[in-house]
Ligand binder design. Structure first.
Ligand code: FAD
Length: 371
């Protein structure tokens, strides 16, 4: 094993969080080592944005929309917003461009190896990869966390299609189409679809529930949906690539007690939705204070959002059969601006109140009082 000279700050994981954190720390004047294989997973990452919260990396935006829809029992509901846009970015191109720009910096050291173990020492952490051994005083860790026993899961398999969205009758993002086969009985399955370009469509079969299903089950549900909409069988050649995800919805456990978790590993994911990018951006805002205090940057969603999410997840866990109706009612009864602001935790009490008024009350009240 080679012993490598060590530094002050290292980050494990070269996903979106690790790369954005490297960029931020370097801007603050730090030297940074980023450890982990190049992240080559295709990812289309969406978030709601208003004029006050633009994405800093505009060049990676693929499309944005002012309306979106849901479908249930053959009905379609379109929501529009005057304040928010639902914006899709090409996260793979963002990761590549961050890798390129960081590699130009003299303050950046890139180790493209997987970390195998961490050994805490008095004033540092020893990091072991396959070939080398490092020591750092501060170690940020962005590896995906483990999920706690009672944590729900969001699982999805997405297909990038070389097919016009019009062929599939998609004119704006379909956030949830519930008129699909169900992957498991302890959750809810739906299809999410994005019209990414003239000949580009992303179709994702998604499952919210307690147990993971075989990815092929979701692929089949997505394929069935595409074939039903296009009224033809889907030639394999039209599927250009796939993306997959398994995102914990609820309480998580960081990989190590001895590192500073960051990104999804530090709770950037909004528990009830699986959206994480806006949370990562909030965590990045805590880095300048961290430079002064060295206290772990502990971002939390608002108390209102955490309360609402905890009830929502209890309903998902204990009463999954009503979840389709929960989402459908929220889409139907809440105005698009309030819906978007609630989902990105900018809606305050008004957003929470509107959501609470829209959902089936009996089950929510029962779960609110359940331990
Ligand atoms: C396909 C997909 C689509 C998504 N869509 C959305 C969306 O639309 N909107 C949204 O807000 N969020 C979305 N998410 C949530 C998403 O998790 C985040 O937005 C983002 O990917 C989180 O980045 P991260 O760097 O915190 O974690 P990750 O992306 O999980 O990155 C962790 C990194 O750690 C690396 N790593 C793991 N183990 C080791 C090791 N032992 N040594 C070194 N490195 C290691 C991995 O290779 C990876 O690069 C999506 C996630 C996926 C997977």
């Amino acid at each position: 094993m080679n012993k490598k000279t060590s530094g002050k700050i290292a980050i494990i994981g070269a996903g979106i969080s690790g790369l954005l954190l490297s960029e931020k720390l370097i801007k603050e004047g730090c030297e940074v080592s980023l450890i982990g294989p190049t992240d080559e997973r295709p990812q289309t990452i969406c978030s709601w944005r208003s004029a006050e919260t633009p994405l800093p990396q505009r060049e990676h935006v693929i499309q944005s929309w002012q309306s979106w829809q849901m479908m249930h029992n053959g009905e379609r509901n379109v929501q529009s917003s005057s304040r928010y846009r639902y914006e899709a970015i090409n996260a793979l191109s963002m990761k590549k461009s961050l890798e390129d720009s960081l590699s130009q910096s003299l303050k950046f050291n890139r180790v493209r190896q997987k970390v195998h173990s961490l050994i805490p020492e008095t004033n540092s952490m020893q990091i072991l990869t396959d070939k080398e051994e490092y020591r750092f005083s501060f170690l940020f860790d962005t590896r995906a966390p483990k999920r706690s026993k009672d944590c729900c899961l969001q699982q999805f398999t997405g297909m990038y299609l070389n097919v016009s969205p019009k062929t599939l009758n998609i004119h704006q993002p379909i956030l949830m189409d519930f008129d699909v086969s169900q992957a498991a009985t302890d959750g809810v399955t739906f299809v999410y679809a994005l019209p990414l370009g003239e000949k580009n469509t992303l179709v994702e079969a998604t499952q919210f529930g307690m147990t993971a299903v075989a990815p092929e089950v979701l692929t089949d549900i997505g394929r069935e949906w595409i074939e039903k909409r296009s009224k033809t069988t889907l030639p394999t050649s039209l599927c250009t690539s796939k993306e997959q995800g398994l995102i914990p919805m609820g309480s998580i456990i960081p990989q190590s007690r001895h590192t500073i978790p960051f990104g999804v590993a530090a709770g950037a994911t909004r528990p009830a939705t699986g959206y994480a990018l806006r949370g990562i951006e909030h965590q990045l805002d805590l880095i300048s204070p961290w430079m002064k205090t060295k206290k772990a940057p502990a971002f939390k969603y608002s108390a209102t959002a955490r309360f609402m999410d905890s009830i929502f997840l209890k309903v998902l866990q204990n009463d999954p059969s009503i979840m389709k109706n929960v989402f459908w009612q929220m889409g139907q009864k809440i105005d698009g601006d309030i819906f978007a602001s609630f989902l990105c935790d900018e809606g305050g009490l008004r957003g929470a109140f509107s959501a609470a008024m829209a959902v089936p009350k009996r089950s929510f009240i029962r779960q609110a009082f359940r331990r």
